[in-house]
Design a protein around this ligand. Structure first.
Ligand code: E4P
Length: 230
């Protein structure tokens, strides 16, 4: 499963991109509205940092507006994926945009039947919101599993994208269910780094090594004599 970052913050993408684990990003109007500055520049900077798919969402409610905004968003970068909310107009806009070669992430998908329609309209990604399902006491793993199981036998190319991730367990569930992508907020990605045994183990290794100073001197010498990477 590929990992995207779910954010409108260039600084957050810069921080996490350095880990070498990100394949793309998703933004949405709420995330971009939290940030200062020009949203177009932020999207372009995120595209440049990741050189992978970066979803940017249309906000019009009618087909013509969605298509117009989608085409305009695509001028920002070849990496932009047009994010279109699920509804009848969104399906029609997805069909038009995808027929013109613009990749679409159909968002706000909460059921296998919606996912089927999104895939048939030509969406490249179908975004199912786990956290928002759990918020209304609907088991997100059931729904997400249903979406994966429903799309797979049909041979559709749409990738299932797990969104609205609230904690690391959502990520594990999405991967186990066979989602192609999970888009994860920065705080959850940072949580995924942590384990008390990792911290304790690192502390123990450091202390044991430092208890023998000659070992440190040996390693320093080895490093000094090693060829410098190009
Ligand atoms: C991503 O594509 C979605 O817009 C995002 O994950 C929604 O997350 P939220 O439910 O935490 O707002």
């Amino acid at each position: 499963m590929r990992i995207f970052i779910d954010t409108g913050s260039v600084a957050e993408v810069e921080e996490v991109a350095a880990w070498g684990v990100l394949a793309g990003a998703t933004t949405n109007p709420s995330l971009l509205a939290k940030e200062e500055g020009d949203p177009g520049q932020a999207i372009q900077r995120i595209c440049a940092l990741l050189a992978g798919p970066v979803s940017a969402e249309v906000v019009s409610a009618d087909v013509a507006g969605m298509v117009r905004e989608g085409r305009a968003l695509r001028t920002l970068s070849e990496h932009v994926v047009v994010k279109v909310p699920f509804c009848a107009a969104g399906l029609q806009a997805t069909r038009e945009l995808s027929a013109d070669g613009h990749p679409v992430n159909m968002t706000l998908v909460f059921s296998p039947t919606q996912a089927l329609l999104a895939a048939q309209a030509g969406a490249s990604y179908v975004s199912c919101f786990m956290g928002r399902l759990d918020d209304i006491s609907v088991d997100s793993s059931e729904v997400l599993g249903g979406i994966v199981a429903t799309l797979r036998p049909g041979g559709v190319t749409a990738q299932v994208l797990a969104a609205s991730i609230r904690h690391p367990e959502h990520v594990v569930v999405a991967a186990r269910l066979g989602c192609e992508v999970a888009t994860i907020p920065g705080p959850v990605l940072r949580q995924m780094l942590e384990h008390p045994l990792t911290a304790a183990g690192t502390e123990r290794f450091t202390a044991d090594w430092q208890s023998r100073p000659e070992l440190g001197a040996w390693l320093d010498g080895l490093v000094a004599g090693a060829p410098v990477a190009a």
